[in-house]
Structure formats: structure tokens, C-alpha cells
Design a protein around this ligand. Structure first.
Ligand code: PLP
Length: 369
């Protein structure tokens, strides 16, 4: 691997392949797989990830918004794409690019029916989402009869799937709640199929759902974070490989005398001689201020170097007092040997937020295409 010469997010498609195969091995052979590639494929590179998932045989992709799906279609992604949170303002675009909407409320359903009718659509594939406890998007269980009436005999759409989303699939203290969600989903589905006399496919599980509730796979599972190498628990993380690795270099080294301070607002005050390294990565790149003042650390020549003082927009300063290194040396912010999950945890957040926050200013380098 060539050493980094600037701040770069390496995206390892061999790691993606490994993680994909791992989750495929945990589901039944006939369960379909949806790769979740919203938010630039969790901050990596949605086109490179989507192309690889398509090549690996993923059945479906999911994005949050229509423009994310359009970007994939423009790059030659042909497999079905579910849009998890489509807004009416982009329904026309959604249809033009053959993206499949999640319809989650009466208002959205009406507006989609109208848009599909206007554009002369027949049997346009749609997905109905039910709220079983997350209270974010979805019809309520007591709306089943009404929803069936609204979709039945509407020639412009075809209900391809019925789905829901778990609120706490990674938290085993919430097992009873999650089992209640699964039961509610089963009731909703059997009522829907009774009335509609059709059998759309079902899906409920995200990454931690696949791990903790294998009996609720139904016909398809939706995985995001696991594909990128994080499984929300150590035993799963051990089986996975991080796809994204954030690297940078040392720009300058300073010797700080006792009594001097480092960075804005003089937040770090030295009580002895310290050596600091300045790195070209800051909060504008996605390393937020919450990682400052000793919370976050980077790895230089195999050793931890904690962030000194406040995170600046374009830079951080780290403590290299006990590390042998020089200007130009490579620095690992997170990745293979320094998990993004641990880095995020230091500042009280989760891998999802750290990964999706790496800004577009950071160059992406795709490895093992
Ligand atoms: C983001 C998302 C997922 C993926 O969740 P992971 O925990 O990353 O696997 C699945 N389903 C829905 C509805 C989502 O919004």
C-alpha cells in the first residue's frame, strides 16, 4: 500500500466483499439481500460501493432520498433501488429513473398515486412501510384496512413489498420490545394479504437484526453498517473488515515548553515539555470538535496520539511526546487497526455518525476494484 501523502479516505472493496459474504452466510440461501447505500454509502463512495454490490449479486439497494438513487442510475446501476424517504417534490424524478418509493402515509400515498397516474404508469412497484414502534415513518397497524382500500385496484401501482424497521435491534435489553415489533409486523402482514389477496415480499431486519433475530428474515434483509465493517458488537466486529480507512500525514512538529498552550482558546495548557504534531484534517473534514481535548486519538507508527486542545476547521494537533516520528509520516485516524467504532465511542457517538460525517473535501481512493 503506498503511504498517504495527504488526507485520504481509502475504500477497500475487498473488505466490502468479505463483509457481504459474511452476512450472506448468516441468512438463508433464499433470503434476498438489500445493500443500504444511503448518505454516500455511509460516507464512503456510493457509486463504487453500489457497483461492487451489484457485481456481487445483491438483489436490491436502498437510499434515503431520490437524488441519491438518481446518482446511482446515472452511473449504470440497474438493480432495483428502494428510496426509503422519498419526498413528493421528487416523485417525477423517481419515476423517470425507475426508483421504487417507500409509501409511508396517506398523504404520500395519495400524492404518489397522482404522480404515477399523470405519468401514465401501470403497476409501478411501490413498498408500504408500517410503523411498529420506531415512530419515525410508516402507517399504523390500525390503518391496515384503510391502506388496503387505497391501494386495491389502483392500476398505476403494484405493492411489491411490506416492511417495517426495528427500533433497538442491537440492544438485547430491548428483546421483549423487539419481539413485540416482530409480532405486530406479522399481524399487519397477514391482515394485508387477507384483504389484498396478494403476497408482497416482507422485510424487517437491519444489520443487528440479522445478527440477533435470524428468525425474522422473511424474504429480504436490509444491511448497511455491517457491510462497511461494523456490527454494533465486538463478536461481530471481529468477523468483519472496515471498508473505510481515514489516513493523513504529519505537516509540522512543535516542541511545547511548560506553561505554553496549544490551539484556539488556549484549551491545552502544558505543564511539562510536550511534542505536538499538526495534521491536515479538522472539523470541516468530519472530525468534529467533540473529539478535541484528549477524547479522540490517531495512530502514528503503531502508537496512540491523543488530540491536544480544540479541533480546528482544517487541522488537529496531537500528542507525539512518546512517539518516534517526523513530518511527512503517515497517520491513521481510523480504519483497520483503529476502529471507527472505538474512535466514535471516545466522544460519545457511534460509528454511523463518524463515517457519514467525513466530508466531501476528503479525497476518496478506491482499492481492490
Ligand atoms: C439505514 C437503514 C437501514 C440500515 O441499517 P443498518 O443498521 O446500517 O444495517 C435499514 N433499514 C432502514 C429503514 C434504514 O433507514
Amino acid at each position: 500500500m503506498p503511504k498517504a501523502k495527504e488526507t485520504v479516505l481509502e475504500i477497500d472493496l475487498a473488505a466490502l466483499k468479505h463483509n457481504y459474504r459474511y452476512f450472506k452466510s448468516r441468512i438463508k440461501p433464499d433470503t434476498q439481500f438489500m445493500g443500504v447505500v444511503k448518505a454516500f454509502a455511509y460516507g464512503s463512495d456510493s457509486v463504487a460501493i453500489a457497483k461492487k454490490l451489484q457485481e456481487l449479486g445483491a438483489n436490491y439497494l436502498a437510499v434515503a432520498y431520490v437524488k441519491e438513487g438518481v446518482a446511482l442510475r446515472k452511473e449504470g446501476i440497474t438493480i432495483p433501488i428502494l428510496v426509503l424517504h422519498p419526498l413528493p417534490v421528487s416523485f417525477k424524478k423517481l419515476i423517470k429513473h425507475c426508483l421504487e418509493p417507500n409509501l409511508y402515509s396517506e398523504k404520500i400515498l395519495h400524492e404518489f398515486l397522482e404522480a404515477a397516474h399523470k405519468l401514465g404508469q401501470k403497476n409501478y412497484p411501490v413498498h408500504l412501510k408500517f410503523n411498529t414502534g420506531l415512530n419515525r415513518l410508516g402507517f399504523k397497524e390500525d390503518e391496515v384496512v384503510k391502506v388496503c382500500k387505497l391501494v386495491k385496484a389502483k392500476e398505476q401501482i403494484q405493492v411489491k413489498s411490506i416492511f417495517s424497521h426495528l427500533a433497538a435491534s442491537e440492544d438485547l435489553n430491548e428483546k421483549a420490545f423487539t419481539k413485540g415489533q416482530i409480532k405486530a409486523f406479522d399481524r399487519i402482514y397477514s391482515k394485508m394479504t387477507d384483504i389484498l389477496q396478494e403476497k408482497p415480499f416482507r422485510h424487517l431486519l437491519n444489520t443487528s437484526g440479522i445478527v440477533n433475530y435470524p428468525d425474522a428474515q422473511y424474504e429480504l434483509v436490509r444491511s448497511g453498517i455491517g457491510l462497511y465493517g461494523y456490527g454494533n458488537e465486538a463478536a461481530v466486529d471481529e468477523q468483519l473488515r472496515p471498508v473505510a480507512q481515514l489516513k493523513t500525514i504529519i505537516s509540522q512538529i512543535h516542541t511545547i515548553s511548560a506553561g505554553e498552550t496549544i490551539g484556539y482558546n488556549r484549551k491545552f495548557k502544558s505543564d511539562c515539555i510536550k511534542i505536538s504534531a499538526t495534521l491536515p484534517v479538522g472539523h470541516a473534514d468530519g472530525i468534529g470538535r467533540q473529539y478535541g481535548n484528549g477524547k479522540g486519538f490517531v495512530v502514528i507508527n503503531g502508537k496512540k496520539a491523543h488530540i491536544l486542545g480544540n479541533v480546528c476547521m482544517d487541522m488537529i494537533m496531537v500528542d507525539i511526546t512518546d512517539i518516534e516520528c517526523k513530518a511527512g509520516d503517515e497517520v491513521i485516524v481510523f480504519g483497520t487497526d483503529a476502529s471507527a467504532e472505538n474512535f466514535a465511542a471516545e466522544a460519545g457517538t457511534i460509528s454511523y455518525e463518524l463515517l457519514t460525517g467525513i466530508s466531501r473535501r476528503v479525497k476518496r481512493r478506491i482499492l481492490n476494484k
